[in-house]
Ligand binder design. Structure first.
Ligand code: ATP
Length: 237
């Protein structure tokens, strides 16, 4: 048995003839935060979609808890404790904040602990408790992102993949959200961060992977990589 919580081996993903992810491999141990860094269009989201069953990889393997989960549907992975918070803080705009959160606890295991999980989400994001009965669509961008994160946490996950959660948010909001992610990581959650921001990614993670044009072009311990070498890999210079 490996000590990896998740291991992606030689993942390939295509849109028709376009080879968006080409042989990407990465791994993450329980309790770690890793970051996947890359500019617009580098293939980060496609790689993540291939991991969480939104897209079937055209090649490669995904192992989660030592089990081959390649191509397994998303809802099955959620039941196993693996979930993604997609780009853009997507919520059900007409539903209340509370109902959005409740939606996250649809698996039998999560349903059992729903009240506890809800209290935890409210303690992480007190504003969501205040706005519990408001339509999620009426919230600010940052608050909608909190709903999206809270909804994922309601599924009682072990590994959460955050796809560019800072996109379009104000710097102070981003700082708060990242502080919360750090806190829930300290409490035991394993985290994959997909980011465009090199500095923040290196600061937050134990290990970093840089993607360029569908390939992982640099990887290393976040403490040992310099911002300069990451930026060179990021821009391919
Ligand atoms: P972003 O920060 O813009 O989300 P990314 O690194 O996540 O960038 P992807 O969204 O994975 O990149 O896109 C990788 C490549 O695949 C890009 O060239 C993009 O144009 C292309 N692509 C993404 N989605 C589709 C799709 N549904 N159909 C065809 N091509 C796509």
């Amino acid at each position: 048995m490996s000590d990896y919580l998740l291991k992606a081996e030689d993942i390939n993903a295509k849109y028709g003839d376009f080879h968006a992810v080409q042989g990407a491999s990465f791994d993450i141990k329980k309790g770690e935060i890793i970051s996947v860094i890359g500019t617009n269009g580098a293939g980060k989201s496609t790689l993540m979609k291939a991991i969480v069953g939104i897209m079937k990889p055209s090649g490669g393997k995904v192992y989660y808890k030592g089990e081959d989960v390649t191509g397994i549907p998303t809802h099955k992975l959620v039941e196993m404790g693996l979930i993604a918070v997609p780009e853009g803080g997507r919520v059900f705009p007409r539903m209340t904040v509370l109902d959005n959160l409740i939606m996250g606890s649809y698996t039998p295991k999560a349903r059992k602990n729903r009240d506890q999980a809800l209290e935890r989400v409210y303690s992480l994001f007190p504003i969501l408790k205040e706005k519990a009965n408001q339509a999620a669509g009426s919230l600010s961008g940052g608050q909608r992102q909190m709903v999206a994160i809270g909804r994922a946490l309601m599924s009682d996950p072990e590994l959460v993949l955050f796809d560019e959660i800072s996109l379009g948010l104000a710097p102070t909001v981003i700082k708060d959200i990242y502080a919360t992610i750090r806190q829930i990581n300290k409490e035991g959650l394993t985290v994959i961060l997909v980011e465009q921001d090199v500095k923040r990614s290196l600061k937050m993670s134990t290990k970093a992977y840089v993607m360029l044009k569908g390939k992982i072009v640099l990887e290393g311990n976040s403490q040992e990589l310099t911002e300069e070498e990451v930026k060179r890999a990021y821009f391919g210079i």
